[in-house]
Design a protein around this ligand. Structure first.
Ligand code: SF4
Length: 315
């Protein structure tokens, strides 16, 4: 069989080992060298161009249905749970705990639950309602497992690595969020970032109020491609008397975006985290669709105020 192997960045270091193993079984193997961000980003064009019989995507569960033979190989990590003892003092004021984690640790969620129940906590594990597939599992763009139990819990415990996933959950919920990173041996509440990101969002909106031309980012990545949203946003901008164009890329390069100098602001329709995490990589407002709608509505209100001559027009 002719195979294309695709690894996220953290697993590319094991590519040769997997390739050799599959070759020894008689397969012809190719490895995708493109950056890979998630199962939303399947290397289908590469697989088709080399006429692969199958794409094997490592590290993520299925994200969306595609018209190609794809095998998903989830990457599970058995982390030591001893770090949980260190969380008990931080959680002493909270009785009802919501547990969330990533696909790498979701098989450990029952063990996490047992630990907290044995220590007198009432444990809630939410069901995903978007792209995530397993109870308690969150993705950077799907935190339904957290949002669905926000009203029931006193605090959340995120078990896993990095800030990317818990940050998404933090911004979609209201309760304290304790991050437990077993490999970094870190136990920390991250609630302060709610205000940091809210302030950043307000700053972008205020800056975009002066914008007259908008570039709408439309990615070709199969699980992030949303042309109808891009078209709707273009029409809304133009209906407001402003200029908009849709710009297409696989992965957006911020230097290239800066070179599109005629555009005053950008609107994201690709991975929703771009308008959250990457805004400081570009010197112009990089808005989500919701933020754009707020900008257009505020612009309209300002216009009406100016027309009523309550304030002097400005240049
Ligand atoms: S957060 Fe972005 S990169 Fe990750 S799965 Fe969702 S769309 Fe893909």
């Amino acid at each position: 069989m002719r195979l294309l192997l695709q690894f996220p960045e953290g697993l590319k270091q094991y590519a040769m080992e997997y390739a050799k193993g599959l070759e020894s079984e008689g397969n012809e193997v190719f490895i995708s060298a493109s950056p890979t961000f998630g199962a939303c980003d399947l290397a289908l064009d590469e697989a088709r161009s080399i006429k692969a019989d199958k794409l094997i995507h490592f590290g993520h569960a299925e994200f969306h249905k595609v018209d190609f033979n794809v095998e998903y190989v989830e990457y599970r990590i058995d982390a030591q749970l001893s770090i949980l003892n260190e969380t008990l003092s931080s959680l002493s004021n909270f009785e009802k705990i919501g547990l969330i984690t990533t696909i790498q640790h979701v098989h450990q969620i029952d063990a996490l639950k047992d630990f907290y129940e044995k220590n007198g906590k009432k444990v809630f594990i939410g069901k995903p309602y978007g792209f995530a597939k397993k109870p308690g599992q969150i993705l950077g763009c799907d935190v339904g497992s957290a949002a669905s139990i926000d009203r029931m819990v006193d605090a959340f415990v995120y078990f896993g690595g990095g800030m990317f996933h818990p940050l998404g959950a933090l911004l979609a919920t209201k309760k304290p969020m304790l991050v437990v990173e077993p490999f970094a041996n870190r136990v920390e509440f991250i609630d302060r970032y709610r205000e940091v990101y809210a302030k950043r969002s307000r700053g972008k909106i205020m800056a975009a109020l002066e914008s007259k031309s908008f570039g709408i980012l439309l990615t070709t990545k199969n699980g992030q491609h949303n042309e109808s949203l891009a078209r709707i946003l273009k029409r809304k901008i133009e209906d407001s008397g402003l200029c908009a164009e849709i710009m297409v890329a696989g992965t957006f390069d911020f230097t290239s975006l800066e070179n599109l100098r005629e555009f005053d602001a950008f609107v994201n329709t690709a991975c929703p985290r771009i308008a959250v995490d990457d805004t400081e990589r570009i010197g112009k407002p990089l808005l989500s669709a919701n933020e754009l709608m707020q900008v257009l509505s505020m612009k309209k209100e300002l216009e009406e105020i100016r027309n009523r001559e309550i304030i002097q027009p400005y240049k």
